[in-house]
Design a protein around this ligand. Structure first.
Ligand code: FES
Length: 102
């Protein structure tokens, strides 16, 4: 399904650290990957839906302590698991979420 772009906020909302925000009623982290691309990582744990928190460059779920890479969202202590993500476009001084979670 093709979804319209949704404005997230101004470019200066990102200072190099993940930014917690809500979009479509769901919690996300705005992050930047190793290649400089921005993305939204869904802050729902893929294990059992715990809220994914952030500390010291890593995301973690406090329910059973799965941990996730702060740039890619890949699980760092379980194989083949990752946070859902949504592409982000930086244009004309603002961030826009593009498409759907995948
Ligand atoms: S719900 Fe997140 S680790 Fe279990």
């Amino acid at each position: 399904m093709n979804q319209a772009r949704v404005r997230i906020g101004p470019a200066d909302m990102y200072d190099g650290n993940p930014v917690s925000l809500e979009l479509d009623g769901k919690p996300y982290w705005l992050t930047q990957d190793a290649e400089g691309r921005f993305a939204l990582l869904l802050a729902y744990c893929p294990h059992a839906g715990g809220e994914v928190l952030h500390a010291e460059g890593e995301f973690y779920c406090p329910l059973h302590f799965w941990t996730f890479d702060g740039r890619s969202g890949e699980c760092t202590n379980r194989d083949y698991e990752r946070l859902m993500r949504r592409d982000v476009v930086l244009e004309d001084g603002a961030f826009y979420a593009a498409g759907a979670d995948y």
